[in-house]
Design a protein around this ligand. Structure first.
Ligand code: 5GP
Ligand code: MN
Length: 323
């Protein structure tokens, strides 16, 4: 971690009165956990932060304290904004279409995606920390800022979900120390686990079953992939956010080194999620198509030529497995 950058970030965050905090589209537990964790901490310090994300809050994460503070992205930035912050978002575009017309630069980027090239004025990208919520925790510790039970719950949720419940490579002693500290500060591990992992809706479960039935294996069963077709949503009653976690179904199979999920969208596009057990760098594969992420979890989306790109990604996976 770059101490000089952290100090500059602490100074700017600490003096902002009307900060605006953003995170990535199709937000996950780390996106919401980081957004709210920073929001709570800055509020505690007397600021009035605005928390925005494309689509607002999704039902699954409404249990997070303060979730009603999360609002849908507005078309223009509030005029009194004195600090614009992007969290957990590897590229400028992933902050959302509406933000692209905003003229203010992103003042601070805090992230852990290895593919993040730094599109902010100040950039803190720590790929050794497995969740952006963990990067925020370190910043708050260094700053000596109070972490309330609400903030601790949000940050713990971010770390738990982005490490697959402390299972993925990247989880180390520091991760567990941060989690332990957050529990001391008020996060409840079993309640958070219940909300994140034991509360899927019947619609999400129905979607999961439909998607599981598409399983295909290739490359000596080292590559496994799933498909989502547009009509799966109507059939199951689920919606876009319900795809989170489905890919774990394939990477959890013994011997599978790369798992992928191909979602064919109504408009002819293709959304690809990639997971690796660690021997294949899926960030390299996603990046070669213009996407990104981490070594073990990455993604890319294509606006058109869905079938062709589906085949190209599978071929790239085969090539990576053969090398
Ligand atoms: P997921 O498969 O859960 O959607 O995403 C896995 C990881 O890849 C996340 O860290 C996410 O930020 C990154 N990722 C997913 N899709 C894209 C994409 O289209 N572009 C980039 N740059 N990163 C992506
Ligand atoms: Mn993250």
């Amino acid at each position: 971690m770059d101490v000089a950058i952290i100090q500059k970030i602490i100074t700017q965050l600490g003096s902002a009165q009307h900060p605006v905090i953003l995170t990535h589209l199709r937000p996950d537990g780390d996106a919401y956990g980081s957004l709210l964790g920073l929001g709570h901490t800055l509020r505690e310090r007397g600021a009035q932060p605005q928390l925005y994300v494309e689509g607002g809050m999704i039902p699954m994460y409404r249990f997070l304290p303060g979730s009603d503070l999360v609002q849908n992205l507005p078309s223009s930035l509030p005029e009194n904004t004195d600090c614009l912050i992007g969290l957990d978002t590897s590229t400028r575009e992933r902050l959302g279409q509406k933000t692209t017309s905003w003229t203010r630069p992103i003042d601070i980027v805090i992230d852990h995606h290895v593919s993040n090239l730094g599109y902010g004025t100040l950039n803190l990208i720590v790929s050794e920390i497995p969740a952006t919520a963990g990067v925020l925790f370190q910043i708050f510790e260094i700053a000596g800022w109070k972490i309330t039970p609400a903030a601790a719950t949000c940050l713990y949720t971010g770390i738990s979900t982005d490490t697959g419940s402390f299972r993925y490579r990247g989880t180390n002693a520091k991760t567990l120390q941060a989690a332990a500290k957050l529990v001391e500060l008020g996060a409840d591990p079993s309640e958070i686990a219940k909300q994140c992992y034991l509360s899927i809706t019947h619609e999400r479960h129905a979607l999961k079953r439909l998607v599981a039935s598409t399983l295909s294996l290739k490359d000596n069963k080292k590559s496994a992939f799933l498909t989502i077709l547009p009509d799966f949503y109507k059939k199951s009653g689920a919606n876009g956010e319900d795809t989170e976690g489905i890919i774990e179904e394939v990477i959890s199979i013994q011997g599978v080194e790369v798992g992928s999920l191909f979602e064919f969208t109504q408009d002819g596009g293709l959304r690809v999620s990639l997971r690796s057990k660690g021997n294949v760098d899926v960030n390299a594969i996603a990046s070669s198509f213009g996407g990104g992420g981490h070594k073990a979890a990455a993604g890319v989306r294509f606006a058109k030529d869905a079938e062709k790109n589906h085949d190209l990604v599978l071929a790239a996976i085969s090539k990576a497995l053969a090398s």
